[in-house]
Design a protein around this ligand. Structure first.
Ligand SMILES: O=C(O)c1cc(=O)[nH]c(=O)n1[C@@H]1O[C@H](COP(=O)(O)O)[C@@H](O)[C@H]1O
Length: 231
């Protein structure tokens, strides 16, 4: 039975053993897990299967961003791995996102949830300005989220700071996957648009992606339990 927990633990480790050791200690009834660029590049698709064999649903976070044909083919390859969720960058545009949606529909069978990253939670207004997007993150996130919904994807990755506005504008069924989760007393690290777990849920997040506050804690399982207790 899939878990009803909103927590997705980001297994950002340089090699497979560290990731599987933590997964072994975690309870798949209490969280899902995320395999990102670091772990996937070092460990390859086999790590996804190992995590699935331990009972976890896996979010494959490779944030595909390329021409439509290349991106859609990568999404199909992710679907072949049987992952629960896969993501692309919304800034890849309409034709890219529609190609991804279409390839999953044509493939049939059990398909992963398809989400699109809006504006990375590590970015703030000044960062956007420097790359020529001279507007507040909130405005650009809303624009990309509307486009994502229009392209028929299942949801977006955004900061929980934007979740309340998006929930109101895009309805209850659209998934809001929110990284940049930090406890009141934890370090922000490289994240800028951060929100506490309880506030993120109150704002309407569907899933909270939590990495270092759990994986770097002295007792990761206790850290996860502590977060769940605040929700
Ligand atoms: O797509 C993601 O998961 C993602 C999008 C985003 O905007 N910000 C973001 O931090 N992430 C991922 O979420 C995780 C956050 O990890 P921590 O900052 O350690 O909690 C990392 O694995 C990031 O790659």
């Amino acid at each position: 039975m899939p878990t009803t927990s909103p927590i997705i633990v980001a297994l950002d480790f340089p090699e497979v053993n560290a990731a599987l050791e933590l997964a072994q200690a975690l309870d798949p009834g209490k969280c899902r897990v995320k395999v990102g660029k670091e772990l996937f590049t070092s460990a390859g698709p086999a790590v996804v299967e190992s995590l699935q064999n331990k009972g976890f649903e896996v979010f494959l976070d490779l944030k595909f961003h390329d021409i439509p044909n290349t991106t859609a083919s990568a999404v199909r390859a992710a679907a072949e791995l049987g992952v629960w969720m896969v993501n692309v960058h919304a800034s890849g545009g309409r034709r890219m996102m529609e190609a991804c949606r279409d390839i999953l529909e044509r493939r049939g069978g059990k398909r992963p949830l398809l989400t699109a990253v809006t504006i990375l939670t590590s970015l703030e207004h000044e960062d956007l300005q420097e790359v020529g997007v001279d507007i507040e993150p909130m405005v650009q996130v809303q624009r990309l989220a509307r486009l994502t919904q229009d392209c028929g994807l299942d949801g977006v990755v955004c900061s929980a700071r934007e979740a309340k506005a998006l929930r109101g504008a895009l309805g209850d069924d659209f998934l809001l996957v929110t990284p940049g989760i930090r406890l009141a007393d934890s370090a922000a690290d490289d994240q800028k648009r951060i929100v506490t777990p309880a506030q993120a849920m109150e704002n309407g997040s569907s899933y909270l992606v939590v990495g270092r506050p759990i994986t770097r804690a002295d007792h990761p399982c206790a850290a996860l339990d502590g977060i769940l207790a605040t929700l």
